[in-house]
Design a protein. Structure first.
Length: 154
């Protein structure tokens, strides 16, 4: 009987260890309750955000050619397929919308509503420092979207 109970006890203990390993507990390390928000979409991409995120650190989340920075949004870069990467960055009390100056025939356009087709040429003067073309814009009231549009050069 002694030789039969030892393997049975070992089998029972190993079964308990395996069951314990499978029954891992899940937890939510943090959460936030925010007030409001919305979604923006264009082409095949969309982004949703929430206003009042205390966890929005300002550090960008990146992957491939895309980057997303949390916080309070009012200016958006809409990436056009085949266009140079369009970037928005903070400069003191204004923002800089920039793209590579090594490309040509691209026009910076703006719109206040992604659901409309009313894209117009951005009003700010474009500066070219040899590396980047850019504008300096004051943060608007409401949303302002930017994109690069290829001009039809004859």
């Amino acid at each position: 009987m002694k030789s039969f109970s030892t393997p049975l006890l070992a089998l029972l203990l190993s079964a308990m260890l395996v069951a314990g390993a499978r029954a891992q507990s899940y937890s939510i390390d943090w959460f936030t309750i925010a007030g409001g928000g919305g979604s923006s979409a264009g082409s095949v991409y969309s982004v949703s955000g929430t206003i009042g995120q205390p966890a929005a650190s300002g550090a960008p989340m990146t992957g491939g050619n895309y980057s997303l920075t949390g916080g309070f949004w009012s200016l958006y870069a809409v990436q056009t397929e085949g266009a140079p990467l369009l970037t928005i960055s903070c400069t003191n009390s204004a923002v800089m919308v920039s793209w590579s100056s090594t490309t040509s025939n691209w026009i910076l356009q703006q719109n206040t509503d992604l659901n409309s087709t009313n894209w117009v040429t951005a009003l700010e003067a474009i500066t070219d420092n040899g590396t980047l073309e850019f504008i300096i814009a004051n943060p608007p009231v409401g949303n302002r979207f930017f994109r690069l549009f290829r001009s039809q050069v004859q």
